[in-house]
Design a protein around this ligand. Structure first.
Ligand SMILES: [Zn+2]
Length: 631
């Protein structure tokens, strides 16, 4: 679906503070007319179908606030929503409505009820989303700022408990300014209550999807809203923990114009994606399907999809050049071809979103899988955008998030390996590169679901290995895997990086070498001249090999998978054919040394016997000579 404002988006969207000052200025200028015009671009909204349906400006894409009922109408399949707990109404738990109160709480609540037609700031219930059953919890900013009082916390907790009881996913849509001051510290405690129930969803392996709309701040933001398996934000939404004013005072300098926006949060790795409202229902329902479907690959497909491996003629250096070829397909190319309905996830929820690693969920021939891969990018701009496929620590942490999702939902993992190595600058060290790589491998080692890795291009040392701890490791015919680059090795061995071709031949880095070393399980044939000559053919071959490997592993229990994976990596370097060859060579050398030694010894023995005989003979001769002289 192409949206009318695409390309325009972002031109007018800054943060909420800018927007509010804009609205106030224009209200003064235009009086009542501003009600009909887009606050961001002055477009006349009344006649727009997009605006009537989605509350989105068709010209600039500004997303207006939605009430809880409007939101449910957009996200739930028609006629499927059944409300829960609508009878729960706020009382005045800390008697905030006393005579001295400037704003009697009971009166505020009753006014909000009249204005919104809701009993409280959250509406909960069950529904179907694109056919999938789910529990939904939707906050309404129009009801006392969508603040989380005792009733909101209670409704949330009950909704989660219903989901746990019936094994349903939860979708929560946030529009909240935070705490409900009128309920004092009891309001604060709702954070712990909602976190505790959300945590049970985590333990039971049930999906929890969060949609952050405008605004998503304060206590809701810092509690259940940040615990979603997937966090989606709406464009331009104000998102963050502290109020902008407080943040500016604490920071002591003006804030950037995009502070607290959905887009800045995406860049900083705090949300998985920013999704336009007209696409929201489709994205949520696809995610629910991906996290819930238990399809399996059939053996018939697996048999039909097997293919032979090929030539060993090309030199190691030729393979290195093919593996690094500028036109060689990257993870993105393969993902596009191999996986359907792929939804990319972003960010490590800690520091940033590293474009050198791409993560997401998609279908491999109808089976939902988690996909993780290095991305080098194409062309000078692409390579610079993805910093050449050299991951930062946040890239590995993003992969860890994907692995945790795979573990929670028992989804198989497909990993595509293609990197010159991990980024080695100072900032990477400062952000914990060593720990990031080690933890990534540790998580892969322990995954309860099948893991298939495919080395599709350059498998550069630790950066490559971090995504290769798999039950099956496939390698494209012209891919390479090495602990150091051929140039680096040539520099060390010959003090001449120009001898990289010679070094390449000693590094045993080709697919054939890695197969002989027992590291790689299967080689995937490439089209003549390399994968870049016929990318679709290369992708088809890789898809076949992935399906075959996965079909072989499916149905194995977590225990079986983990212990087989443990044995595989425990034995690395012991059972390879190269190791056996090396042992045989040494035994041979020892045998011929011993044989040679034996021959020499025999000769020495012979010689010394002869010498002894000669000596005896000459002594006897001397004796008889002496006798003769004496007589
Ligand atoms: Zn507009």
């Amino acid at each position: 679906m192409t949206l009318p404002w695409e390309g325009n988006r972002g031109a007018h969207l800054k943060n909420l503070a800018d927007l509010l000052s804009f609205i106030i200025d224009h209200e003064e200028e235009n009086g009542k007319e501003s009600e009909e015009l887009c606050v961001s671009c002055q477009f006349a909204l009344a006649s727009s179908e997009v605006y009537q349906r989605y509350r989105v400006c068709p010209q600039c894409g500004f997303h207006y606030s939605l009430g809880a009922r409007e939101r449910i109408a957009l996200i739930a399949d028609k006629g499927t929503f059944q409300e829960m707990d609508s009878h729960l109404v706020s009382t005045d738990p800390i008697s905030f409505s006393g005579e001295a109160s400037a704003s009697p709480y009971r009166k505020d609540v009753s006014q909000a009820q009249k204005r919104t037609g809701l009993s409280e700031a959250m509406v909960t219930g069950t529904c179907r989303i694109g056919g999938a059953r789910a529990v939904v919890c939707v906050l309404d900013f129009g009801f006392l700022g969508g603040s989380m009082g005792c009733v909101v916390g209670e409704k949330m907790a009950r909704a989660f408990e219903r989901a746990l009881q019936q094994r349903l996913p939860v979708v929560a849509v946030v529009a909240s300014g935070g705490a409900r001051m009128q309920e004092g510290v009891l309001s604060l405690m709702q954070m712990a209550k909602t976190v505790a129930v959300a945590n049970r969803m985590q333990k039971r392996g049930l999906p929890f999807i969060v949609v952050l709309s405008n605004p998503s701040t304060g206590q809701v933001y810092a509690s259940f809203a940040n615990l979603g398996d997937i966090i989606i934000a709406e464009p331009g939404a104000l998102i963050g923990f502290a109020p902008l004013r407080v943040m500016q005072e604490a920071t002591g300098r003006p804030l950037p114009s995009d502070a607290h926006t959905a887009e800045a949060h995406l860049e900083r790795g705090m949300v998985d994606m920013v999704v336009e409202r007209p696409r929201l229902q489709e994205v949520v329902s696809t995610l629910l399907d991906l996290l819930e479907t238990r399809a399996s690959l059939t053996v018939r497909e697996a048999r039909a999809l097997s293919g032979p491996a090929r030539s060993e003629e090309d030199s190691a250096w030729t393979r290195v050049q093919l593996a690094r070829h500028k036109q060689r397909p990257t993870s993105e190319d393969y993902i596009q071809y191999i996986f359907t309905k792929f939804i990319e996830l972003h960010g490590d929820r800690l520091y940033g979103d590293d474009p050198a690693i791409i993560c997401g969920l998609g279908y491999l021939q109808g089976k939902p899988v988690v996909v993780v891969g290095h991305e080098r990018g194409h062309g000078p701009d692409g390579v610079s955008e993805h910093h050449g496929g050299r991951p930062y620590p946040e890239g590995f942490r993003k992969a860890q998030r994907a692995f945790r999702l795979a573990a929670k939902f028992r989804l198989p993992v497909i990993s595509l390996v293609d990197t010159p190595g991990a980024y080695q600058g100072l900032e990477a060290e400062e952000r914990g590169m060593g720990g990031a790589i080690a933890t990534t491998m540790a998580l892969m080692t322990d995954l309860p679901a099948p893991v298939v890795a495919a080395i599709i291009g350059e498998g550069g040392s630790e950066g490559a290995l971090a995504l290769s701890v798999a039950d099956r490791i496939l390698m494209l015919e012209n891919a390479i895997l090495a602990p150091v680059s051929p140039e680096g090795a040539a520099g060390l061995l010959y003090r001449d990086t120009g001898k990289a071709d010679v070094a390449a031949s000693y590094l045993k880095l080709t697919a054939q070498d890695c197969k002989k070393l027992g590291i790689v399980d299967a080689i995937v044939r490439e089209p003549a001249g390399g994968a870049h000559q016929q990318p679709d053919e290369a992708a088809k071959a890789l898809q076949r090999a992935l399906v075959r490997a996965l079909a072989d592993l499916q149905g194995r229990s977590a225990l079986v998978l983990r212990s087989a994976r443990y044995r595989k990596f425990r034995n690395m370097g012991e059972y390879s054919s190269y190791f056996q060859e090396a042992v045989n060579r040494e035994m041979q050398a020892l045998r011929s040394f011993l044989a040679h030694r034996l021959v020499t010894l025999r000769a020495q023995i012979r010689e010394s016997r002869q010498a002894a005989q000669t000596a005896r003979a000459s002594r006897a001769k001397a004796k008889s000579g002496a006798k003769r002289t004496a007589s």
